[in-house]
Design a protein around this ligand. Structure first.
Ligand code: UTP
Length: 476
């Protein structure tokens, strides 16, 4: 642990001595906490970020030309069957692990707990983590394999996340297969680049973004753990995409057949300004351009003569990463791009009074996983997916990308499965499914499996229905 004098000297050297402003009032444990936070800070990095992003105009990248990225069509190309088999083989051989990022603060949802604990099931109140776990149970049974589940958490939620898994008996997953690991935190800075205090003995800090998974996987021994198990392929997904197909054999198949370092899924953007990144080739280099900088590249908003968006390839943040690629990215992490977000950050003023700002008053710095794509040296591997049943992120309670939209997508998806399996489903006058429906992913991961396994059961969705892992109705 850092001593007080070394911490003081370090802060002074870097123009952050105000962090000790309330030192004399702090208790022993508060002092220890502050010293631990100071010790964790990479001052060289912070000075660079402040110089580049706060003290000067943020860097803007310009490209000579931006081309659409080649995309493998929905369901795969002519080699789909071969890819599917290659993916299944990789699963059976135990080459695949799951990499879930769940360290975010979930501020927009405003739920009191980790986002993955949100009870998204409209009938069962099953959590998002519970849904992901049921998909994993299904795959493990189907391929007779054991999928290590690496879950990135952060200082903001690790205790609650672990406690939630324990309370729920790891959702039926072997606890030894679930490995939590923590990402790093970075200090928030005010408009002058000064660190902000959340409490007299505690800096305001934020997790270093989902790109923080790269150093976190290496620093916490996850890459080594994976290698020791013979795992070289990590299926990356984000906790808030309730619908994601975890370890999709088709996607894994394309990744392994093409010996890719990193592969991505893409969905068609539903409007030019949809709040997702866009896969493209910038002067020949594969990139995802983040939606927040879309206005720098107006060609990304252009449509063809039929009115279709030319750069339609949205990024749903679903990837596969090779373990060796993560290690090589980490070795060069100093070159990884950072981003700045201007935010309302509750903090203490000079007198120690708590401020709940109405306007953005400071910056959070983060790295993003999709920026790893610019370091890929092979041809892009990008597989198109339908939105329904694969991409329904939950960012807020209502509106686009919300709890309400996710539940509506459950009705549309599973209502369709029930009808095509021959069961009645109540629809409203606008032909929308008018009841809540849940089908456990442990029972069926896709329509084909549902139709197969539903034989011998009788379901009707004339009122709300929840079908459990064993196919029995489990309305509660
Ligand atoms: P978002 O960027 O949407 O952030 O994360 P969020 O934390 O879910 O929500 P807001 O922005 O505070 O409202 C997308 C995914 O990346 C993970 C999140 O947990 C989510 O699965 N993430 C984000 C991390 O794991 N770490 C981070 O530092 C940021």
């Amino acid at each position: 642990m850092l001593t007080e004098s070394i911490a003081r000297a370090r802060l002074e050297e870097n123009g952050q001595e105000h962090v000790f402003r309330f030192w004399d009032q702090l208790t022993g444990p508060e002092r220890a906490q502050l010293l631990a936070q100071i010790e964790s800070i990479d001052f060289r990095l912070m000075n660079r970020l402040v110089a580049e992003w706060v003290k000067s105009e943020p860097p803007e990248e310009r490209f000579g030309r931006i081309d659409p990225v080649p995309v493998i069509p929905k369901g795969g190309g002519e080699d789909a069957r071969e890819a599917w088999q290659a993916g299944e083989e990789a699963l059976k051989q135990g080459r695949v692990g799951l990499l879930l990022v769940a360290g975010g603060q979930g501020t927009r949802l405003g739920f009191d707990g980790p986002k993955g604990a949100y009870p998204i099931g409209p009938i069962t109140r099953k959590s998002i983590f519970g849904y992901h776990a049921e998909k994993i149970r299904n795959l493990q049974r189907r391929y007779n394999c054991s999928l290590p589940w690496y879950i990135m958490v952060s200082d903001t939620n690790h205790e609650q996340t672990r406690a939630f898994f324990e309370k729920n008996h790891y959702f039926g997953i072997e606890p030894g297969n679930v490995v939590f690991f923590e990402q790093r935190m970075v200090p928030c800075v005010d408009q002058d680049g000064k660190f902000m205090l959340d409490q007299p003995g505690c800096l305001a800090m934020n997790p270093n973004g989902h790109g923080g998974v790269i150093p976190a996987v290496v620093d916490n021994g996850i890459a080594r753990h994976a290698r020791n198990r013979g795992v070289d392929t990590l299926s990356y997904f984000q906790v808030d995409n309730w619908a994601v197909k975890v370890a999709d054999p088709l996607f894994i198949g394309y990744h392994v057949m093409r010996a890719a370092m990193m592969s991505s899924k893409t969905h068609r953007k539903d409007k030019p300004r949809e709040a997702v990144g866009v896969h493209c080739l910038c002067d020949g280099v594969y990139r995802v351009i983040e939606y927040t900088v879309l206005d720098l590249y107006p060609q990304l908003l252009e449509t063809d003569s039929a009115g279709n968006l030319i750069h339609y390839a949205g990024s749903p943040a679903i990837h596969i990463l090779d373990v060796g690629f993560i290690e090589s990215l980490n070795a060069n992490y100093d070159n990884f791009p950072w981003w700045r977000a201007h935010k309302k950050i509750p903090c203490l003023n000079e007198r120690g009074e708590r401020i709940e700002p109405r306007e953005p008053n400071g910056y959070k710095f983060e790295t993003f996983i999709f920026d790893a794509l610019r370091f890929v040296t092979h041809d892009p591997v990008v597989l198109e997916i339908p939105r329904l049943g694969e991409y329904t992120p939950i960012k807020a309670y209502e509106g686009d990308n919300s709890v309400v939209a996710a539940r509506e997508s459950m009705r549309a998806l599973w209502g369709g499965w029930l009808e095509r399996a021959g069961f009645p489903v109540r629809r409203d006058t606008a032909d929308k499914v008018a009841v809540d429906i849940e089908i456990s992913p442990d029972f069926a991961l896709n329509e084909q499996e549902f139709i197969e396994r539903a034989k011998g059961h009788i379901y009707d969705a004339l009122s709300d229905v929840a079908i459990g892992p064993d196919g029995r109705i489990e309305n509660r």
